[in-house]
Design a binder for this molecule. Structure first.
Ligand SMILES: Nc1ncnc2c1ncn2[C@@H]1O[C@H](COP(=O)(O)OP(=O)(O)OP(=O)(O)O)[C@@H](O)[C@H]1O
Ligand SMILES: C[C@@](O)(CCOP(=O)(O)OP(=O)(O)O)CC(=O)O
Length: 418
């Protein structure tokens, strides 16, 4: 270790949405859950975190910038991740740059970290999951950590529980584990993103405002006060996990949708059963559920699964592209954009779904007929402006290293954000 050099690694990591929810910890500091959970990883093309980690003997302290603003790394969760990953660092040699770092040097070397979310932070779109997973994954690469993704997931878990599921693409299970030290509480991949690639996901962003009750404090209050949570964790989730694994393996959409909707509804029932009650969904969320339920019931088999995290945004999983375009027509019929919004900023992500739905501009939205399953005028009412925007996406891949230096967020000469 000599001279003034800077070594960087840049990684990209997806976010994930739980279809069997994690809600409740048995250990707050290690972040150990009261039940297993299962998630779908979302395509990083539309929702992801990019993080560059840099190390240099010239850095005087660990520093981090999130979306361009410097943030503190002093929080216990960041510190746990940094400590755990440093403890697993090994020798690193970069012959091209003439850099040699030995295992013991990592204790003294400081890091600069810059991260960017390509979607709103702290808006109920799981930025903490993608963010903490990306931090751990990028540091693992920089420090030549030999552990596999499951071992890394157990470190990301200590940054934010749901982050452990973002270490893999496709369908992922977070096994709650039994050990007191948390060593067996980690994520495993159930199936990769190609296994069920017909699925299309539409997110209705109902509100981008920061929520009143964070997941962390909400689940603490539920553990302390909700009897329904105890019943859910002991009796309901273990059986549901088995059924969900089977539904995913067999690509059985009817079973997948039934389990996903029931689990989201039970999670929100636990929130209502908490004292004082927690309300994450709002009237718009309820209207979206009712639209999906009516349509699903009018068809021979369910077309859409819905799930809501700790906020009012709806995550809608369509069985295939055809169902997704019919869903988008319904959503745009009920929730047209307000007068000053253009379609280009109203439907984001994979815009080809919009084309499939036959919608080119606002005139096509205004001309949409009421969905055929609607029988009365009240049910056909429009709710203009209630949805901020939609994101069309699909199941996606796990973390990757971006080797193209132009994608790095830290200047390799100054060690500061570009
Ligand atoms: N890219 C990132 N890198 C590191 N930490 C991040 C990153 N993005 C978000 N975070 C951390 O996560 C926090 C936001 O988490 P929070 O749980 O409030 O929102 P969210 O994850 O977007 O929403 P939700 O958990 O409801 O889905 C940020 O304040 C920051 O501490
Ligand atoms: C409703 C959820 O999204 C809860 C996520 O909780 P977090 O992972 O954000 O909580 P902490 O572990 O305290 O950081 C359900 C889920 O993702 O499984």
């Amino acid at each position: 270790m000599a001279g003034e050099w800077i070594l960087t690694v840049t990684a990209q990591t997806p976010t994930n949405i739980a279809v069997i929810k994690y809600w409740g910890k048995r250990d707050e500091s290690l972040i150990l859950p009261v039940n297993d959970s299962i998630s779908v990883t979302l395509d990083p093309e539309h929702l992801c975190t990019t993080t560059t980690v840099a190390v240099s003997p010239s850095f005087e302290q660990d520093r981090m910038w999130l979306n361009g603003e410097e943030i503190s790394l002093s929080g216990g969760r960041f510190q746990s991740c940094l400590r755990e990953i440093r403890a697993r660092a090994t020798d690193v040699e970069n012959k091209e740059k003439g850099i040699k770092i030995s295992k013991k040097d990592w204790e003294k070397l400081h890091l600069h970290i810059a991260s960017f979310n390509n979607f709103p932070t702290a808006a109920g779109l799981a930025s903490s999951a993608a963010g903490l997973a990306c931090l751990v994954f990028a540091l693992g690469k920089l420090m030549n950590v030999k552990e596999d993704h499951s071992q890394l997931s157990a470190i990301a878990r200590q940054g934010s529980g749901s982050a452990c599921r973002s270490l893999y693409g496709g369908f992922v299970k977070w096994i709650m584990g039994k050990e007191e030290n948390g060593s067996d509480s980690l994520a495993v991949q159930l199936a990769d993103e190609k296994h069920w690639d017909e699925l299309v996901i539409i997110i209705a962003v109902v509100s981008s405002r920061q929520k009143e009750t964070s997941s962390t404090s909400g689940m603490r209050e539920s553990v302390e006060t909700s009897l329904l949570l105890q019943h859910r964790a002991k009796e309901v989730v273990p059986k549901r996990i088995l059924k969900m694994e089977e539904a995913i393996q067999n690509r059985d959409f009817a079973s997948f949708a039934g389990l996903t909707c029931a689990d989201s509804n039970q999670f929100h029932a636990v929130c209502l059963d908490t004292c004082p009650p927690i309300f994450y969904m709002n009237d718009t969320s309820h209207r979206i559920i009712s639209c999906v339920e009516k349509w699903n019931r009018s068809e021979e088999a369910p077309q859409i699964a819905y799930t809501f995290d700790a906020g009012p945004n709806a995550v809608l999983i369509a069985r295939n592209r055809k169902a997704a375009s019919l869903l988008l027509q319904r959503l745009l019929y009920y929730f047209p954009p307000s007068a000053d919004t253009n379609m280009n900023s109203y439907v984001l992500g994979d815009k080809s779904i919009l084309k499939d739905a036959g919608i080119q501009g606002i005139d096509d939205v205004e001309a949409l007929p009421p969905p055929p399953e609607i029988k009365d005028k009240i049910a056909a009412q429009k709710n203009r402006g209630e949805v901020s925007y939609f994101i069309c996406t699909r199941p996606g891949r796990g973390p990757v290293v971006l080797s193209d230096e132009s994608q790095a967020l830290i200047d390799p000469k100054t060690g500061l954000p570009k």
